[in-house]
Design a binder for this molecule. Structure first.
Ligand SMILES: Nc1ncnc2c1ncn2[C@@H]1O[C@H](COP(=O)(O)OP(=O)(O)OP(=O)(O)O)[C@@H](O)[C@H]1O
Ligand code: SF4
Ligand SMILES: [Mg+2]
Length: 337
């Protein structure tokens, strides 16, 4: 485990709410975790659990209807939540922290060539000190690094002439132009087929090795994070319910939700009918009281409907929030709610 000096990002007790017609609804409910330099940290959970909200909070890219109500976001020792918008724009966004999203088609402008768009990013990153033509060599170099074949030729093409995997390589090229300390990758391979997905995952691993970048890898797919992450946080209804090193999480899952997600993973056999977790992620406007997983949990007890279990350390680096686990080990520690 890296020491404190290697900590790139720390999220402390983050609470994020959306304004809705029924008042403020809580999408993130007291999330805390940290990322070390060069670490790939997976954030997993079903649709609507709050993964993207958490990722966007770090870069303050939330819609106007959202507010960060409580907590701290500490990047390289600075409490960046208190920074004004222009300072975040100048020093953090697309510089120290970059983000790639699920659908690269939406992020690329269809009316400009890929080259124009990459050269624009390079031009602004150079502080407008260099002409775009002078930056062409750098654009080709970074596209090559991202594994795009024939980049000199590709620069003249438009996004619709690129496959999904090629577009995601372009997005990664733009994200890595400033050599960021942290990349937030929000479902970057969800729209891709499994072969291209595997190539992009290999590319990300290589970039971490080459640049020492840390990655917050957001996905609903535990199978994907098992390939590349060092640690995983499982999120449910705005709560982190289990955080552990990847191997430990797969070998010794403790939270009933994590166990359910793992049971849903496809195996190598074909034709098998995969189990599902009955029920749905709760609506943030009307969450159940107590543990948010209680309506779907097969181990539910009466206390689960009254109190929210705290995230507690169970063994080296392995945290879990579940009364059933706490009861087994005689360490009950209840949060309110
Ligand atoms: N602009 C918004 N206004 C109100 N509620 C929102 C808004 N954006 C997201 N939410 C709600 O916040 C919760 C978390 O959404 P979020 O998009 O962060 O989930 P997610 O885990 O990224 O899901 P997915 O896997 O589908 O991308 C959901 O209940 C969602 O409906
Ligand atoms: S706290 Fe209770 S309801 Fe929640 S996951 Fe644990 S056993 Fe299930
Ligand atoms: Mg999302």
């Amino acid at each position: 485990m890296a020491d404190k000096a290697d900590k790139i990002l720390e999220i402390r007790d983050l609470v994020v709410e959306y304004s809705t017609r029924r008042g403020y609804a809580r999408a993130i409910n007291g999330a805390s975790f940290s990322l070390e330099k060069g670490e790939i940290f997976g954030l997993v959970g079903e649709s609507g659990c709050g993964k993207s909200t958490l990722g966007k909070s770090i870069l303050r890219l939330l819609p106007k209807s959202a507010r960060i109500k409580e907590g701290d976001i500490i990047f390289k020792g600075d409490k960046i939540l208190s920074w004004p918008e222009n300072k975040i724009n100048r020093e953090i966004r697309g510089k120290e922290i970059s983000m790639v999203i699920q659908n690269p088609q939406n992020a690329l402008n269809p009316v400009f060539t890929v080259g124009t768009q990459i050269l624009d990013v390079l031009y602004f990153k150079s502080g407008k000190k260099k002409r775009r033509a002078q930056l062409k060599g750098r654009a080709i170099e970074i596209l090559k690094k991202m594994g795009l074949s024939d980049p000199e030729y590709r620069l003249n093409e438009y996004p619709h002439q690129f496959s999904g995997g090629m577009k995601q390589r372009v997005m990664l090229a733009m994200a890595f132009i400033s050599n960021p300390s942290l990349l937030i990758a929000d479902e970057p391979t969800t729209a891709l087929d499994v072969t291209v997905e595997a190539q992009i995952l290999e590319l990300l691993k290589g970039l971490v090795a080459d640049f020492g970048t840390s990655i917050l890898y957001i996905t609903h797919d535990l199978g994907v994070v098992s390939e590349i992450t060092d640690r995983i946080a499982v999120m449910y209804a705005g709560h982190l319910v289990e955080v552990a090193p990847t191997e430990e999480l797969f070998n010794n899952p403790l939270h009933p939700y994590t166990k359910g997600l793992l049971r849903c993973l496809p195996g190598v056999e074909t034709g098998e009918i995969l189990p599902t977790i009955p029920g749905q992620v709760p609506d943030i406007n009307n969450p159940p009281s107590g543990c948010k997983f209680n309506p779907r949990c097969q181990q539910v007890m009466s206390e689960c409907r009254q109190d929210i279990p705290l995230l507690q350390l169970k063994s080296q680096g392995h945290h879990v929030s579940c009364f059933a686990v706490s009861c087994q080990e005689g360490e009950g520690n209840h949060g309110s709610g």
